[in-house]
Design a protein around this ligand. Structure first.
Ligand SMILES: Nc1nc2c(ncn2[C@@H]2O[C@H](COP(=O)(O)OP(=O)(O)OP(=O)(O)O)[C@@H](O)[C@H]2O)c(=O)[nH]1
Ligand SMILES: [K+]
Ligand SMILES: [Mg+2]
Length: 489
């Protein structure tokens, strides 16, 4: 690829190669790096890899062979320590000559037996080869980025994939790693380049009769279509972030409704104390759980009631505060106690006020759960007829739990976005920032009477899209993103 100093992406790569603020040394600085890429500790197979120009040399030295094995084929080789000649392990080795490798450089993978002594023996042997040094955290990926193998959103997807703890997170990360968000942005940037070309043509040749008619109108049309697309994605923005860092689900209700019992049931561990004494929970207790494949921060809170002691009052204050931050509220009542003042008060305040919100994307969602259904007599006085839609549950017998989980799955898919369908989600505040920046710049475009200013607005808008995928990015952003990686990735 020939360097083009006018190309922002190329500029970042160049900046990466020449200037370093901190952390890992510049890619392309000639060093060959090595690291254990699989997990630490005893295991069946451990993967050690190298990247850089001396990779092939290192492979030849460790296998005491003059020739390299065939590229991209697994070959069984005896590895020995180049200093003592002592055999280390019989291992599978893979030779990936650049640029067709993960980093774009020459790479080698050693699949060795996973014992700690074998791993440290091979690492020490590699360290003794001139030109090789241990890799810093994220350095392999950083080299892949610098060599144009991954764009920034793909790097983020890779980091998310490594950290994914739930199924929905894994699906989302894989989609981002596949470059969906990046492709979308590149397509939008292309649209803007076209619009800009039209405006510039008009600036240069506006008086010229040869210019096609309606070039400016065409640019306007393209910008309008882009605005609609960006708006739709921004409305979705909070969902992707929730999927990445967990949706806030808060359990609330009057004292003794069984809130702590539910939290323990959903998290499958004794997070909260359960007792027949009303006012047992005072602090907000937060626990991360995987609910139907979605990452959730589940909070247990104090039962809402007035006229209690100082400590419980503080608990109620904290409960209300937490309630305001909830993406999804699990409102719980004792089904056998619906007529009590605390139940009526809860229905009239919390449940009614959330129900009255107009359903926008940022509005809170609520599931009303009537617990202790086991206490209702089979025919007996059914729940009040004027109740809003609700689910019956018994934390004691587990009846109704499947229905609740299914309802939670639906609610969470709405709160987090469903990564198996729909458009790619914006998983980071950084994505939202640049899309908003782009949209704002398009606003300036429409307002400018002056064509030179309009063209500049289009350039700013396009700049935001390029930055999203890593063009024109600053060192600090790169440092933050690569810091998330572990050594060996
Ligand atoms: N019969 C029956 N009892 C239940 C059920 N769920 C919880 N309980 C009981 O109800 C009492 C209160 O349960 P908790 O989970 O402590 O209720 P809470 O809402 O967290 O109470 P506070 O923290 O005091 O507000 C305990 O004695 C539980 O064993 C249920 O489904 N059926
Ligand atoms: K209690
Ligand atoms: Mg409790």
């Amino acid at each position: 690829q020939t360097p083009d100093p006018g190309d922002p992406v190329w500029n970042v790569r160049w900046a990466l190669c020449t200037r370093r603020s901190s952390g890992a040394p510049a890619p392309g600085s000639g060093a060959t790096i090595f690291a254990l890429s699989s997990g630490q500790g005893r295991c069946g197979i451990a993967v050690i890899r190298t990247s850089g120009p001396s990779s092939g040399h290192a492979l030849r030295i460790l296998t005491a062979a003059r020739d390299l094995p065939p590229a991209r084929h697994a070959s069984l080789r005896l590895l020995s320590d180049p200093r003592s000649g002592e055999p280390l392990d019989r291992a599978l080795v893979l030779w990936f000559p650049g640029p067709r490798s993960f980093t774009g450089e020459d790479c080698v993978e050693f699949h060795v037996h996973g014992g700690p002594a074998v791993v440290s023996g091979v690492l020490q042997a590699l360290g003794s080869v001139p030109g090789l040094r241990p890799a810093e955290a994220g350095e392999f990926t950083r080299r892949a980025f610098a060599n144009g193998k991954l764009n920034l959103t793909e790097v983020e997807g890779l980091a998310d994939l490594i950290h994914a703890e739930t199924e929905a997170q894994r699906r989302q990360a894989l989609r981002q790693l596949d470059g969906e968000l990046g492709h979308l942005c590149c397509g939008w940037a292309e649209t803007l380049t076209k619009a800009l070309a039209h405006v510039e043509a008009y600036i240069d040749f506006g008086e010229d009769d040869n210019l096609e008619e309606g070039v400016l109108e065409q640019a306007d049309m393209e910008v309008r279509a882009l605005e609609v697309a960006l708006g739709a994605h921004l409305r979705d923005a909070r969902r992707g972030q929730r999927l990445r860092s967990g949706a806030h689900v808060v359990v609330t209700g009057p004292p003794n409704a069984g809130k702590s019992s539910l939290v323990n049931l959903l998290s499958r561990k004794p997070v909260s104390i359960v007792s027949p004494e009303p006012g047992t929970t005072r602090d907000v207790l937060e626990t991360p759980v995987d609910l139907a494949g979605f990452p959730v921060l589940l909070s247990d809170t104090a039962g809402l009631r007035e006229g209690v002691g100082l400590v419980e009052q503080e608990g109620v204050r904290r409960a209300r505060e937490r309630l305001e931050q909830a993406d999804l509220i699990l409102a719980m009542l004792d089904a056998s106690d619906l007529a009590s003042p605390s139940s009526c008060n809860f229905l009239a305040t919390v449940v009614a006020s959330v129900g009255a919100q107009s359903p926008t994307d940022s509005s809170q969602r609520l599931l009303l759960v009537l617990n202790k259904s086991d206490l209702l007599s089979p025919k007996g006085p059914g729940p009040r007829p004027d109740l809003p839609p609700h689910l019956l549950l018994s934390c004691l017998t587990g009846e109704g739990l499947d229905g609740l989980l299914e309802a939670l799955r639906k609610e969470l898919a709405a709160v987090c976005g469903d990564p198996s369908t729909g458009s790619p989600l914006l998983t980071r505040a950084r994505h939202q920032h640049h899309l908003q920046g782009c949209l704002d710049a398009l606003g300036h475009y429409k307002q400018s009477k002056d064509l030179a200013l309009a063209a500049e607005a289009l350039r700013v808008a396009r700049g935001h899209l390029t930055q999203l995928t890593g063009g024109g990015g600053t060192e600090e952003i790169l440092d933050i993103i690569f810091r998330d990686f572990c050594v060996g990735k």
